[in-house]
Ligand binder design. Structure first.
Ligand SMILES: Cc1cc2nc3c(=O)[nH]c(=O)nc-3n(C[C@H](O)[C@H](O)[C@H](O)COP(=O)(O)OP(=O)(O)OC[C@H]3O[C@@H](n4cnc5c(N)ncnc54)[C@H](O)[C@@H]3O)c2cc1C
Length: 381
């Protein structure tokens, strides 16, 4: 077993760290979040570094990166800005990978080069008002009418829908079939007639809007079907395994960011005549943060490695998601304590991590659902 990162992985980490420290300092990210304005310039610059094409092949402008590279990229993005992660992940990993794995040649040629260039974003339209954790109960219907599908229903929490070109929408195509055969994925253009998008106010990452999407007899050509008719559930479940690993990586990156800030502060801040890191209680909090980051990274990379090997990774991805997100939350809470009153001030950046981290315990399958999955797997062995 070899735990060393390759020279390419180390270089990727260095390049991204330098890029985000230069392009996305705390005050810039805070300003975009405060103004709830999408930072399209940062998104484009990140795409020019090759970030948006990591999950698909060179023939479509991507680089078909291995999963450890994607995890490193996710960590560095989450360390810099959750809002950027919220726009980038659905586009560059979940939806682009979905098109790459299951889409037609026409869909790949049309969509993926634009995703790689950063000029097209995609949004994940899974969750509905009555179908959150239980996606098998979604009610948005797509009915075949001639050469089109006509879609009626509602999605909620569709992040980035208002700046996306397409929604990768999970819909019911056969109400009488079981979920495993009655649901499909359709690419719905956000400019389609009958589609309305309404951004919601939220706790963190506000510069990427999380939206309600209303579909009122929206017509999309049958060519926009991704994969087999009725094959949507297995597509979504496959993509969710990877997504859960990346949520673990987001928690890891956020935890690393909180640790870096807290460590620097604890070395500089003097109370009772010495830097606060020399007070054992503070040193122990930093030690706990470092252990959380390290274990989150390892459990995430193990799941990523299994995905790369083509091994089943549902159990490991669920563990990575739970541990990574909760490690991020513990790190942000300890970081707040170490910075004392200054943690509360926007300019220090710690309060942003503290707000951002909660989402990772909820989205991509709540940590309760993930624990159900883990327990079910344990029960089988
Ligand atoms: C900021 C934000 C961005 C998001 N972005 C997207 C997006 O881009 N696309 C998208 O499709 N979705 C998105 N989501 C939705 C997210 O994935 C869901 O919120 C999540 O899956 C949970 O669904 P729910 O909110 O309906 O909660 P519910 O499913 O109603 O759950 C409520 C509570 O009940 C618990 N619970 C439910 N069932 C069980 C059970 N069987 N066992 C134990 N506990 C259970 C849950 O763990 C949770 O604590 C986003 C959410 C947020 C907050």
């Amino acid at each position: 077993m070899d735990f060393t990162l390759s020279a390419e992985h180390q270089q990727l980490r260095r390049t991204l760290r330098e890029f985000f420290e230069a392009e996305a300092p705390v005050d810039v990210i805070a300003r975009f979040d405060r103004d709830e304005e999408f930072n399209s310039e940062l998104y484009l610059k990140a795409a020019r570094l090759g970030l948006s094409g990591l999950a698909f092949g060179e023939q479509y402008g991507g680089s078909d990166a291995d999963q450890i590279s994607i995890c490193i990229a996710v960590e560095e993005i989450a360390r810099a800005s959750a809002a950027l992660a919220y726009a980038w992940l659905p586009t560059a990993t979940f939806c682009a990978k979905g098109v790459y794995r299951f889409g037609t040649e026409e869909q790949k040629k049309e969509i993926l080069p634009q995703v790689a260039a950063g000029t097209l974003r995609l949004a994940m339209g899974l969750t509905e008002p009555e179908a959150g954790s239980d996606l098998t109960h979604l009610s948005t219907r797509a009915v075949r009418d001639g050469d089109d599908f006509v879609i009626r229903g509602q999605k909620v929490f569709t992040t980035g829908a208002d700046t996306a070109g397409y929604i990768f929408a999970f819909v019911r195509t056969d109400p009488d079939a079981p979920a495993s055969r009655g649901m499909s994925v359709l690419l719905v253009p956000t400019g389609a007639e009958g589609l309305t998008i309404r951004p919601l106010r939220k706790l963190a990452g506000q510069s990427t809007h999380t939206c309600e999407v209303f579909l009122n007899d929206v017509r999309v050509p049958k060519e926009n079907l991704v994969g087999e008719l009725g094959g949507g559930l297995s597509i979504i479940f496959e993509l969710l395994d990877a997504e859960r690993i990346y949520v673990g990586a987001q928690g890891t990156g956020l935890g690393q960011g909180a640790l870096d800030l807290a460590l620097k502060y604890a070395k500089e801040r003097v109370q009772f005549g010495k830097p606060i890191i020399e007070h054992q209680a503070v040193g122990h909090m930093l030690a706990d943060m470092a252990m959380d980051v390290q274990t989150a990274r390892l459990i995430t990379w193990q799941a990523a490695w299994r995905l790369d090997q083509g091994l089943d990774c549902t159990l490991e991805a669920s563990m990575a998601k739970v541990h990574g997100s909760e490690a991020g939350t513990r790190c942000a809470a300890r970081g707040m304590q170490i910075l004392g009153g200054y943690s509360y001030m926007v300019e220090y950046g710690m309060e942003r991590y503290w707000r951002e981290t909660k989402l990772y315990e909820i989205a991509g399958g709540t940590n309760q659902i993930m624990r159900n999955v883990i327990a079910k797997h344990l029960g089988r062995s």
